[in-house]
Design a protein around this ligand. Structure first.
Ligand code: GTP
Ligand code: MG
Length: 515
């Protein structure tokens, strides 16, 4: 008896299914975006993040089944027009005074996030912007963080004194979700520098990192509330120069009404374009499921190492991890192989952030649709982060908000990453796998755990089947299942074949080749 090791080739069909994700293309230059953010996309990346035949290709594949709706010819030009060009933040060096309004704790109400963490996170956002640095940071108590005034008169004046007396400060980053335009203008007049809120800063980072058509349109959709608020405040100008009450000759509409109508039309167009792209994405998801590749979604807090881990698991050199918040803004698919040589697809997803501005969550939640359709979720955690537990809580609460199927939520595999930065680290529970994605430590153990979980989740099994060498059984198994090993028994004209096979494929096999 002699043994043949089965050669499992990636197969063109696999790369085809993996490829059609995301669809980045050479985007027109994005003005005023930090060089640091753009630099991370090498020239090759503009052709498609996956690169190397594995990543998404320029325009997504046409469906072989003819199910895909034809895209209108001028769709791309129309989309270009929907994307705003004027910068959200000033270009060049900025030394920011970071002001974090801290709401007094309500007794008896648990506080999930601590002020120091929120300040540290706001600082990380500032550092993501090219040329921006934090000159000073202050935690200022407030009772009304969402009110028109935020701070009382006395505090406001004290801050004004401090800011105006510090010439090195060129802007203020007020760590609130959104500032109403009139409040922003009042604060700017009092403090004598530009004032930015979290929404604008995060939106700017998103805009700079958005490469695919879907991500760019999502950003454009998230920007609409900002445009509406600017419109309202420009029209409410006390000098009356906003033109709100003037009627456009013959139209019966005031200037305000025309602008509002244009914004509404823009929103409808963006939503339509997004729906078109999402349909395409769902179709590719369906194709993947039809081919029965198990899908593993890799989720986690931003900067925890999701992309690095996928790169380590797949060996995909075109994957670009970066030390930056929100480096990944699109869900991308990458092929990998587990120890039994079963092909799987890893989905790299957008990182989570606590208190992500609302309209961004709404715009980007569709990207996480794919997570609901995966077979397994891997939750990557940066265990070297001082607030790793709070990050975990934040990720879990976002996952629960996605209304995922219960078995998927119950089977989440936790991966503790960056253990190289925590000497002697050992996880609290026995369930988590510890790795260093960067150094490649712990990956064999992780792959074994992934395989067990995938087999359990997908109802696949590892079987040894006896086949006749003369027939088509062996080639059928090669096509429809993952052949791990073939032990040929020449004298009997048969072989024992070890396969990973889904229950439906096994049913078909038994029907086609009854024993
Ligand atoms: N020391 C160490 N650094 C790591 C490890 N894994 C990732 N990193 C670093 O952490 C930073 C972020 O890594 P990414 O893989 O881009 O993180 P991400 O979770 O994909 O981030 P987003 O896409 O922004 O959400 C990079 O600088 C990586 O080199 C690790 O195991 N050890
Ligand atoms: Mg990433």
């Amino acid at each position: 008896m002699w043994a043949l090791r089965a050669a499992v080739r990636p197969g063109a069909w696999l790369s085809r299914v993996v490829r059609g994700r995301g669809a980045p293309r050479a985007a027109p230059p994005l003005p005023a975006c930090p060089h640091r953010a753009l630099a991370a996309f090498g020239p090759g990346d503009l052709k498609g993040r996956g690169g190397g035949g594995r990543g998404p290709r320029a325009d997504g594949p046409r469906s072989r089944t003819g199910e895909e709706e034809e895209e209108p010819e001028d769709a791309e030009e129309e989309e270009e027009e929907l994307l705003r060009r004027d910068p959200l933040l000033p270009v060049g060096t900025q030394r920011v005074c970071l002001i974090h309004p801290e709401v007094k704790r309500v007794p008896g109400k648990p506080q999930l996030t601590r002020a120091e963490w929120q300040v540290a996170e706001a600082e990380a956002l500032v550092h993501t912007l090219d040329g921006w640095s934090v000159a000073d940071r202050m935690v200022v108590p407030t009772k009304t963080p969402d009110g028109k005034l935020i701070f009382g008169r006395g505090t406001l004046e004290h801050l004004a004194e401090k800011i105006r007396g510090s010439p090195e400060i060129t802007a203020v980053f007020l760590n609130v979700e959104r500032l109403a335009t009139p409040t922003k203008k009042d604060l700017e007049a009092t403090w004598g520098v530009q004032v930015f809120d979290r929404f604008t800063v995060v939106l700017h980072i998103f805009r700079c990192n958005a490469r695919t058509r879907e991500a760019r349109l999502q950003v454009a959709l998230a920007e609409l509330p900002l445009l509406r608020s600017h419109l309202k405040s420009s029209i409410a100008r006390p000098d009356g120069r906003g033109g709100g009450s003037r009627y456009i000759m013959g139209s019966g509409e005031s200037f305000m009404q025309v602008q509002q109508r244009l914004l509404k039309e823009k929103e409808i167009k963006i939503r339509k374009a997004l729906e078109r792209l999402r349909k395409k994405r769902r179709l590719l998801g369906k194709q993947r499921r039809r081919q029965e590749f198990p899908v593993i979604s890799v989720v986690g807090y931003t900067n925890c190492g999701k992309t690095t881990l996928i790169k380590a698991l797949t060996g995909d050199d075109a994957v670009q991890p970066r030390d930056q918040l929100f480096a990944t803004l699109d869900v991308t698919a990458h092929a990998g192989w587990l120890p039994s040589r079963m092909a799987v697809i890893y989905m790299d997803t957008i990182g989570f952030l606590s208190e992500l501005p609302h309209s961004l969550i709404e715009s980007f939640s569709a990207t996480l649709e794919d997570v609901a359709h995966s077979d397994l979720i891997v939750h990557v955690r940066d265990v070297s982060h001082p607030e790793t537990e709070l990050q975990k809580a934040s990720v879990l609460s976002t996952l629960h908000g996605l209304h995922l199927p219960a078995p998927l939520l119950d089977s989440v595999l936790e991966v503790h990453n960056k253990v190289d930065l925590v000497p002697g680290y050992s996880p609290a529970g026995p369930q988590a796998v510890t790795v260093s994605a960067l150094l490649g430590h712990g990956l064999p153990e992780l792959k074994t755990r992934l395989e067990d979980a995938v087999l359990r989740a997908t109802g696949r099994q590892v079987l040894t089947l006896r086949v006749r060498l003369a027939g088509t059984q062996l080639s059928w198994l090669h096509r429809e299942a993952t052949v791990q090993e073939v032990d040929v028994i020449p004298e009997a004209g048969v072989a024992d074949v070890r396969v990973v096979i889904s229950s439906s494929a096994y049913g078909k096999f038994r029907k086609l080749f009854p024993e």
